[in-house]
Design a protein around this ligand. Structure first.
Ligand code: GDP
Ligand code: IMO
Ligand code: MG
Length: 431
């Protein structure tokens, strides 16, 4: 391995949790570099279905040390609840650590998220309402609260920061949104409680991870979201607020680009998107409905129905290159089993131009027409295949065509939600 990044190549929910869990069977450390409780990563083991939000997907192995990195924004009550729920259901969890540099989602962040979405009305982003955007906004504005600020001993420092910060938030609450102000003393009491509860987990995560790499440990960086939700390269402003890319994963985990050996891009065999924003291959017909129901395409975090569409090779090739993917995982191939034919988008037509990459101007998406290639379906059950050669010919052709279009070898193919439902290819490439 030694350092592998697992990241989303589409608009999130590609199956990163499942792929990370599969790779973590032979990893020592799994680190989350970005995002917050907005993420929902599903891992299915013999003990049931686990939906993880900020805790890395290696946690279900006692041999894995899991680290929440500096690039994550953590909601203390959500994290404490996530830990408690996992402990109730699973007796042999991996060790968990939290970066002292991670930012804190404070109680005013989800409120700001909700009020701002309401204020925008139809022009809303469709956020997960977890306070992610407002927390990362405060981070960039250099007024964020960090995990270290909550710890016992930092009370006076935290009070000083909040005395400056809170009047600004309360001005917004009262005068822009017409709501109640937040009480400083109550907030400080809550913060002290969180600090005491979280203290046993808190470390200098970047130092821990660097020591692990120096000691030859096998490290996975499990990014949240997908590259098409990136602030710079995604469909801005319909994006998230921390970088879901390989570069962002390095930054958030405290790992240098030169230390990374593998970048595993995870793609669903079709496309889904939750929330608002451009989606060129979106399906509004019976096939879309079939994939949504069959694929149980409802948000892991919010339960919202996911929008569904054909595989978009324009976006996928774009994200494969931006992230320097060394390999790809294609999940949920089994969801396509009943379809008589399957489409892949190979270009975006804009007037008489053919675009080979997603454009910066999102108003153009209204006139973009996807150019499709149609492949025959296989109309048989793929969920029990033990090897690539056991997949129907048409399914192999579909995988190979995607591989060709995105320019990256597909080394893992998901044929069901369970741990064992992965077809491994090019096994020699997997350390
Ligand atoms: P993540 O956010 O990228 O980790 O993905 P999510 O967990 O939000 O959504 C992926 C969903 O697909 C989860 O319900 C997984 O259990 C499920 N899943 C992952 N891979 C496969 C697969 O190959 N086949 C099927 N049928 N389900 C899968
Ligand atoms: P995982 O890690 C899918 C989307 C939201 C919204 C936009 C901004 O499970 O793949 P935010 O709450 O981040 O401000 O919302 O980003 N979004 C995701 N969509 N999977 C995710 O995470 C997502 N995290 C955020 O739906 O459109
Ligand atoms: Mg998800």
């Amino acid at each position: 391995m030694p350092v592998a990044i697992v990241l989303g190549g589409q608009w999130g929910d590609e199956g990163k949790g499942k792929i990370t869990d599969a790779l973590a069977a032979s990893a020592d450390v799994v680190i989350r570099p970005n995002g917050s409780t907005n993420a929902g990563h599903t891992v299915v083991t013999d003990d049931g279905v686990f939906k993880l939000h900020v805790i890395p997907s290696g946690v279900l192995y006692p041999h894995c040390t899991c680290v929440i990195g500096a690039g994550v924004a953590v909601s203390p009550p959500d994290l404490l609840r996530e830990i408690a729920t996992l402990r109730e259901r699973h007796s042999r969890l991996g060790q968990l650590y939290l970066s002292d540099r991670a930012h804190v989602i404070m109680p005013y962040h989800p409120l700001l998220d909700a009020y701002e979405e309401q204020r925008r009305g139809a022009a809303g982003i469709g956020t997960t309402l977890r306070g992610n955007g407002p927390a990362f906004t405060d981070k960039v504005a250099r007024r964020g609260i960090r995990v270290a600020d909550l710890l016992p001993g930092a009370e006076a420092f935290l009070r000083q920061k909040l005395e400056i910060l809170l009047p600004e938030k309360n001005t917004l609450f009262v005068h822009l949104y017409g709501r109640e102000p937040i009480d400083l003393e109550e907030l400080l009491r809550e913060a002290r409680y969180w600090g005491e509860q979280l203290a046993p987990y808190v470390i200098a995560a970047e130092v821990f991870v660097q020591d692990a790499i120096a000691a030859g440990k096998r490290v996975i960086v499990e990014a949240a979201q997908g590259t098409m939700l990136d602030l710079d390269y995604g469909t801005y402003p319909y994006v998230t607020s921390s970088p879901p890319t390989a570069a962002g994963a390095c930054q958030g985990a405290g790992i240098a680009p030169t230390q990374v050996d593998r970048v595993v891009g995870v793609f669903k065999a079709y496309t889904t998107r939750v929330g608002a924003g451009p989606f060129p291959t979106e399906l509004h017909d019976d096939i879309g409905q079939l994939l949504r129901e069959r694929g149980r395409e409802y948000g892991t975090t919010t339960g919202r129905p996911r929008r569904v569409g054909w595989f978009d090779a324009v976006a996928a090739r774009y994200t494969a290159r931006l992230n320097g993917m060394t390999e790809a995982a294609l999940t949920k191939l089994d969801m396509l089993d009943p379809l008589p034919e399957i489409r892949i988008c190979t270009g975006y037509r804009l007037g008489n131009q053919l675009l080979s990459a997603p454009p910066a101007r999102i108003d153009l998406y209204e006139t973009i027409e996807p150019v499709y290639e149609t492949l025959p379906g296989w109309r048989s059950d793929t969920s029990h295949a033990a090897s690539f050669s056991e997949l129907p010919l048409e399914a192999r052709r579909y995988v190979e065509r995607i591989e060709e279009l995105i320019g990256v070898p597909i080394t893992m193919i998901g044929i069901g939600p369970a741990r064992r439902q992965i077809v491994w290819r090019h096994a020699e490439a997997l350390a």
